[in-house]
Write a protein that binds this ligand. Structure first.
Ligand SMILES: [Zn+2]
Length: 365
């Protein structure tokens, strides 16, 4: 059995292998304040036919449904059954087990359902869209993005300002798909799926990156961005700012508000707009989608959600042309009672509800 991280978005450190029990840690990398973040992704080869337990000697590393598992980095399922294990010092941590099929020689496991750049390429080719180059990343990689429509007004879709937050990209894909299949007249859609592209490719957590992360790289006083992708997004939108800008994220690990969809409001003076949109959005939620209750939104200037944060959503909000700019946080797992489970179907349905709300809001803008 071999365990490695040598693929797009890989991140793991193998601490120990004893028979069918593997002890692992994630690599935190480039994060301020000793933050205890959770993201990991690894590949197992040569374990066909075996049942292996993977355990982490840190809390908050495994979600409610175990690990996300895939054989192609495209389709993901949950392994099910998060397990507890007790370390020598008596501390209880989290683990999951997996029984490899007789032919399963190469299997990927991830903290959450990963959305890779290859998936976006495949999405674009299915819809006849060309993937274009937004810019070169700080590490010299070609950063992909796509545009659709030829209207004068712009809709901006972004995700992965924080590299590991894949649920946002699934929701973004669903919104983008709807806007391609049923275009909004007069609009061009600009879709930047991987803002921290280096972090996505390298398998970084990305949140609270040093000296600041990508969603703190949009100063409104004219200071240049330090990340090429953020600079490119500013350049792309400064001439014609987006009328509508949706920045799709995932929250923290799980528990409490992190198990629920929520919208952190940017600017206090925009509260009425957010409230109006949220009410429409809640009314569009279908039974097959992730539920949403506006009561879970975070008002501006509450806790970490400060209007002074140099976020992409705020940057777009302050433009006079902008009518709607906000973040949607989509949980990684769902609720522990199992009544809500995040997977590609519930995320797709949720994205369809979100775009339905945007369409209705836009009619009365
Ligand atoms: Zn985020």
């Amino acid at each position: 059995m071999t365990i490695d991280k040598n693929f797009v978005s890989g991140n793991i450190e193998v601490l120990d292998i004893q028979g069918d029990t593997v002890t692992l840690a994630n690599e935190l990398r480039d994060i301020w304040e000793e933050r205890d973040w959770f993201y990991w992704a690894f590949r197992v080869t040569g374990a066909a036919g075996r049942t292996v337990t993977f355990q982490f000697p840190h809390v908050n590393r495994v979600g409610y449904w175990g690990a996300a598992v895939s054989t192609d980095l495209y389709s993901w399922e949950w392994t099910g059954g998060r397990r507890a294990w007790t370390a020598e010092d008596g501390t209880v941590y989290e683990a999951f087990s997996y029984t490899f099929g007789p032919e399963e020689n190469e299997v990927y496991f991830c903290y959450n359902m990963l959305y890779t750049p290859a998936r976006f390429e495949s999405f674009c080719s299915q819809h006849g869209l060309k993937v274009e180059e937004l810019c070169l990343s700080n590490k010299g990689r070609s950063v992909p993005y796509a545009r659709f429509g030829s209207g004068e007004k712009k809709i901006l879709l972004t995700s992965r300002h924080h590299a590991c937050e894949s649920t946002g990209t699934y929701v973004m894909e669903s919104v983008f798909q709807s806007l391609i299949e049923n275009p909004m007249e007069g609009y061009e859609v600009i879709c930047v799926p991987f803002v921290d592209y280096d972090g996505v490719v390298d398998g970084d957590q990305g949140k609270h990156r040093l000296p600041h992360d990508h969603n703190r790289d949009y100063p409104i006083d004219g200071t240049p961005s330090i990340y090429n992708t953020c600079a490119a997004i500013r350049k792309l939108t400064d001439a014609t700012p987006p009328v509508i800008a949706l920045d799709l994220h995932s929250p923290k690990h799980h528990g409490g508000i992190n198990d629920k969809v929520h919208i952190p409001y940017n600017l206090e003076e925009e509260t009425e707009r957010y409230n109006r949109f949220s009410a429409i959005f809640a009314g569009k939620i279908t039974p097959d989608a992730i539920p949403y209750d506006p009561a879970d939104n975070i008002p501006a200037n509450t806790g970490w959600n400060k209007s002074t944060n140099a976020t992409c959503a705020r940057y777009m909000s302050v433009k006079p042309e902008n009518e709607l700019s906000f973040v949607v946080e989509t949980p990684y797992f769902g609720t522990p009672d199992g009544s809500v489970v995040i997977d590609r179907n519930t995320m797709f349905a949720f994205g369809q509800c979100l775009v339905a709300a945007v369409r209705e809001y836009e009619k009365d803008m």
